[in-house]
Design a binder for this molecule. Structure first.
Ligand code: USQ
Length: 381
């Protein structure tokens, strides 16, 4: 297959590109380094230095014999995306080209506006590039479990049947996000659903939970191929932050009571799930929504797992509850269904003590890079 990856420099985009290239697909990535620039502006750079995309592609070719085409450009610029479609003629597009941080989107007007414009325009341009240049192309879009929020009813996979005054119909499951970033993902889904209904696009929208981990089969080929791993307050997700805090000997930052529950997934499984979605396309005029996470944990449970594994490695991990910088429910019902990817054949990787210990040891190799001033939350909402 010819697979175009939007946002191919990111935490997930780059490992995805290497995976598909390893499997023998023709892969091209587009990225304008937006996340790198935002991280630099916020003083929140990744744990290890990641070479630029052209260099990463060369390093990967030397290590694996496989090629990844690179375009440095902005997916929010239609001309650039259009040209990539005309030149590359993709069968599948994997869309990661979004500002991914909830805290960043809540900083102020400029950051909110950048999040809204980047995320919506990249999705809108993708839709039009497909309509104009590759109408048979399957769009695999990364959404988020955060689109659903934490409702007091079971969360379905994307859709819900509603009976109202004796009549019934099927709708997108109600969405109510907790940050502007998560809200842009809701708007993406609405845009895609409109064009699926009206122009027969083929779309898979993957509702992913927070991802953790930094090793994949291909990134283990060399330290310069690692994903850009964030542990800071703006771009780091909670498990990666706790692992890094344990290694650095800093108390784990549990926000509020720590009883907030989310569905988490190892980066290894993100790649498996995206591969399953790509290999099992949908028909024209279909929007398939799949909930993509492995296990439900409260923040307290994650802290306890990291503490147990860290203590076994002699790290003497301390857990600390700090004021929650976010407006989110701490005690809430959470029961999302997640059968779709398992029905496609996904065998999940669980967060065992062994997995946590291996991650701690891997991060410990970069202990000298950890900047302890980037841990405490700076953004409040
Ligand atoms: N949390 C802590 N301590 C920390 C950091 C976070 O207790 O030091 C808590 C948060 O309050 C929240 C939970 O951990 O309740 C998850 O927070 P997170 O920062 O790991 O994840 P979130 O901001 O929700 O966003 C991340 C990714 C985003 C993705 C989303 C999936 O950055 O791109 O869409 O996870 S989900 O959360 O399911 O919406």
């Amino acid at each position: 297959m010819r697979i175009l990856i939007l946002g191919g420099d990111g935490y997930l985009g780059w490992p995805t590109a290497m995976r598909f290239a390893s499997l023998g697909h023709d892969v091209m990535v587009i990225d304008n380094y937006l996340r790198r620039r935002m991280a630099l502006e916020c003083g929140a750079e990744a744990l290890m230095v990641n070479p630029n995309l052209n260099d990463r592609s060369d390093i990967f070719r030397d290590a694996s014999g496989k090629n990844i085409g690179v375009v440095i450009g902005d997916c929010a610029d239609y001309r650039i995306l259009s040209e990539a479609f005309i030149n590359f003629k993709p069968d599948t597009v994997v869309h990661y080209a979004e500002q991914p941080s909830a805290p960043y989107s809540m900083m102020g007007f400029d950051e909110a506006s950048r999040t809204l414009n980047n995320n919506l325009n990249s999705t809108f341009n993708l839709i039009w590039a497909v309509l104009n240049h590759a109408p048979e192309c399957h769009i695999v879009k990364l959404g988020t479990m955060g689109e659903y929020g934490t409702p007091n009813i079971d969360i379905e996979e994307g859709w819900i049947d509603i009976e109202h005054k004796g009549r019934s119909d099927k709708f997108l499951f109600p969405r109510q996000a907790g940050s502007l970033y998560h809200t842009t993902k809701i708007l993406d889904t609405d845009l895609l659903w409109f064009y699926v209904r009206n122009h027969d696009l083929k779309v898979t929208d993957l509702m992913q939970g927070p991802v953790y981990g930094l090793s994949t089969t291909e990134s283990d080929l060399g330290v310069k191929l690692l994903p850009n791993f964030h542990y800071d307050d703006i771009f780091g997700t909670v498990i990666n932050r706790f692992l890094t805090q344990a290694v650095a000997g800093i108390p784990l930052t549990v926000y509020g009571e720590g009883s907030q529950v989310r569905g988490y997934i190892n980066i290894i499984d993100t790649l498996k799930c995206v591969e399953l979605a790509v290999n099992n396309s949908v028909k024209s005029g279909e929007l398939r929504i799949l909930n993509q996470f492995t296990e439900l944990f409260s923040v307290n449970e994650i802290a306890a797992m990291v503490k147990e594994a860290g203590d076994e490695l002699g790290m003497n991990v301390v857990v600390e509850k700090i004021n929650n910088p976010r407006k989110e429910k701490e005690k809430h019902y959470y029961n999302p269904s997640y059968d779709g990817l398992r029905n496609l054949g996904w065998k999940p990787t669980l967060m065992t003590g062994e997995v946590v210990k291996n991650l701690l040891l891997k991060i410990a190799e970069f202990k000298g890079n950890i900047d302890v001033t980037r841990i405490q939350p700076r953004i409040k909402w």
